[in-house]
Design a binder for this molecule. Structure first.
Ligand code: UDP
Ligand code: MG
Length: 343
């Protein structure tokens, strides 16, 4: 292929053995049916799967030169895997979608239409969700609304990571190398012309969700802490309010002492200790959330390592070309890690 593909479809995959084949065939069918037959690539990011995902992806890549496999060195998590895919994708427009077919590939046509109209980001808004527990739907709903209240950039409600991004948005994202990535927030933060289109979210084709409650909470915290100082301010205000109260109460206690009216007050002592202790733990906890993230960021480790990039297409055989197109620090770090041999 002399010139790069113009559309990339990026799918992070973690233990999706039951979905890869259908995923690729549905995406292929959509891409082949596009008016003008744009060139395309399907970038499958294997995020350290422990099932047969990689094996199946390889057999697909052997048969179809449009398929590119980015095999990460271990499981790095959804947001990082997606980032790896975006770094390596070369399209003029890049579609990011889940690998479990909850995001219907059929929407890509509508994405492309909006992109041709001049939009830089076309994101899919979930009108409904099928096959997900009431608990998941409810927590997701709260999650979107709470992050919206707490963050400084306006992140669209009920939109996941299923979206199309223009080359300049992907390049801009590539320059943000923060570790606790909240991609949809970063995309909003980048700006340019963005628009949402509604769709009905399907149930997972096979397998089960990789976002149990603990991970969902972690993700929510990443989203809020990456884009908001409001919790810190809350900690300050809350601490301030309680100190004023405690100070006034201390004066009262001293006054009573002077007037010799103090009764041996076990209850009041305990209440004060417990309350102040609780407030301190909350505020220290909030600080800790930020400090931990600062610590992670300061270590400045690369976001991920690539084990191999595999494709039947000749433009990918060296792997180097793909890495060369990846942005700055990442490219250098990964290239080093790949070429350095043990002493
Ligand atoms: N995923 C990944 N790495 C992980 C967890 C998930 O690449 O550590 C992928 C997963 O294979 C899927 C997408 O991220 O393609 C979304 O995950 P999932 O469907 O489990 O999330 P949900 O749709 O339930 O929120
Ligand atoms: Mg899913």
């Amino acid at each position: 292929m002399p010139e790069g593909p113009s559309i990339s479809v990026v799918c992070p995959l973690y233990n999706e053995e039951g979905n890869v084949t259908d995923l690729v065939s549905r995406v292929t069918a959509i891409m082949e049916a596009q008016p003008g037959r744009p060139s395309y690539e399907v970038v499958l990011v294997n995020d350290g799967s422990r099932d047969r995902t990689l094996e199946i992806a390889r057999s697909l890549a052997r048969r179809d030169a449009h398929v590119v496999i980015v095999n990460l060195s271990r499981n790095f998590g959804h947001q990082i895997a997606a980032t790896a895919g975006l770094d390596i994708a070369r399209g003029d427009a890049v579609v990011l979608m889940d690998g479990d077919l909850q995001d219907p590939p059929e929407l890509i046509g509508a994405f492309l239409e909006r992109w041709r109209e001049g939009y830089d980001v076309v994101y899919a808004v979930r009108r409904s969700r099928r096959g997900e527990s009431a608990f998941k739907v409810l927590t997701a709903k709260w999650f979107y609304r709470i992050t919206r209240r707490l963050t400084n950039v306006s992140i669209p409600v009920d939109a996941g990571d299923f979206r199309l991004m223009s080359r300049r948005v992907v390049d801009a994202l590539g320059q943000t190398r923060e570790k606790h990535r909240f991609l949809r927030g970063l995309v909003s933060w980048v700006g340019y012309r963005q628009i949402g289109i509604e769709y009905d979210r399907d149930r997972r084709l096979s397998g089960k969700t990789k976002y149990p409650i603990g991970k969902m909470l972690g993700f929510a915290l990443d989203g809020i802490t990456s884009f908001s100082e409001i919790p810190l301010r809350f900690a300050t205000y809350f601490g301030f309010f309680v100190s004023v109260f405690a100070f006034v109460y201390a004066l009262v206690v001293i006054g009573l002492k002077i007037a010799h009216r103090n009764t041996p007050g076990y209850t009041s002592t305990m209440v004060a200790i417990l309350f102040l202790g609780g407030v301190q733990l909350i505020t220290v906890g909030i600080l800790g959330e930020y400090v931990g993230r600062i610590y992670d960021q300061v270590k400045a480790r690369p976001l991920y390592f690539v084990d191999s990039i595999e494709s039947a297409s000749s433009s990918y055989t060296a792997g180097a070309s793909a890495l060369g197109s990846a942005p700055i620090s990442y490219a250098a770090a990964t290239a080093r890690s790949e070429t350095s041999s043990p002493p």
